[in-house]
Design a protein around this ligand. Structure first.
Ligand code: PXG
Length: 289
């Protein structure tokens, strides 16, 4: 495995950054998680757009143009031999504020660091896709827009991690995270969808959902291909408890059925029919891209 750091490639054991990097010291940076399907980076442009929006929001100059960043990603995929038909994988792209002084002042960081890692990520065991996952509602609220806007994919994921710990401590796989007004935002690293009376629904970005690339693809490509109606709307736990079906989406997780929330079964407690259709169509479409 060859890891890209600032224009050079290193073996895993030699891929290191400074202990003075503000990404490490303060979580000062942004990231993306991307997929490679069939030798091609999936929706690279959309990921680049989101990365640069996140960077702009935290006033981080990545030091590369969008095209240069895309080329660095493609080059890393090529160097790792994943650019061939039939090859797949996961990419983690991290941009940190770079090396600086110990104080938080980002002005002490001269140059951002860009790190690109490729690997064979399988986030969840097959069982979760076949049988569905259990969800619990987290007591950790999504960041408010006026603290750290959740649309920024920053290196500050502690609230997501706290919610994930809470889910695991109660025997669930994922946590449903509400915003400060009690509306459903998303899960810890996945967007959430419900299906009610044949309509596919997902929370609004303004309710604290990250504008997930997988979410966008499911809404605009997969559901329209299946002629399913999609609505972005505010939803409360009541809507989740009374949904016919539920599923999660993310670059890591892809499409995962959810079968219970806070001890209430969703539908009959098995992955829903439409969810299964969406997951199948998703897998078909991404591999024929
Ligand atoms: N919500 C949050 C908070 C996320 O961090 C998603 C939704 C899904 O978005 P995409 O664009 O991936 O469809 C994310 C994704 C992983 C991983 O291992 C993914 C994320 C964060 C940490 C880990 O897949 N981000």
């Amino acid at each position: 495995m060859k890891i890209y750091i600032d224009g050079n490639f290193y073996d895993r054991q030699d891929a290191r950054i400074s202990v003075f990097d503000h990404g490490l010291l303060y979580g000062d940076g942004v990231f993306e998680g991307l997929r490679i399907y069939n030798g091609r980076v999936f929706l690279l442009e959309e990921h680049m757009d989101r990365l640069f929006r996140s960077a702009k929001a935290i006033m981080l100059d990545t030091g590369l143009s969008k095209n240069q960043m895309s080329d660095a990603v493609k080059e890393t995929v090529r160097v790792n031999g994943r650019d061939k038909p039939g090859k797949s994988g996961y990419i983690r792209l991290v941009v940190t504020r770079g090396e600086g002084q110990l104080g938080i002042d980002p002005g002490s960081c001269e140059k951002a660091s860009v790190i690109i890692i490729t690997e064979d990520l399988k986030l969840y065991p097959q069982k979760y896709y076949d049988e569905g996952v259990k969800l619990v509602t987290s007591s950790v609220r999504r960041n408010r827009m006026d603290s750290l806007d959740p649309r920024i994919k920053s290196l500050n994921y502690l609230n997501n991690i706290m919610a994930k710990l809470e889910a695991k401590n109660s025997g669930a796989v994922e946590a449903v995270v509400l915003n400060d007004r009690g509306y459903v935002a998303e899960c810890t690293a996945d967007n959430i969808f419900i299906i009610k009376d044949g309509v596919v629904m997902t929370p609004l970005g303004t309710d604290g959902a990250l504008k997930g690339i997988t979410r966008g693809f499911v809404c605009s490509e997969v559901c329209s291909g299946l002629e399913l109606g999609v609505e972005e709307r505010s939803m409360a736990l009541y809507d989740l408890y009374n949904a016919d079906e539920c599923f999660l989406t993310g670059s890591g997780a892809e499409v995962v059925p959810a079968v219970s929330i806070d001890g209430r079964l969703i539908g009959d407690g098995k992955p829903g029919k439409i969810t299964i259709q969406i997951a199948k169509e998703f897998n078909r479409m991404v591999n024929s891209f």
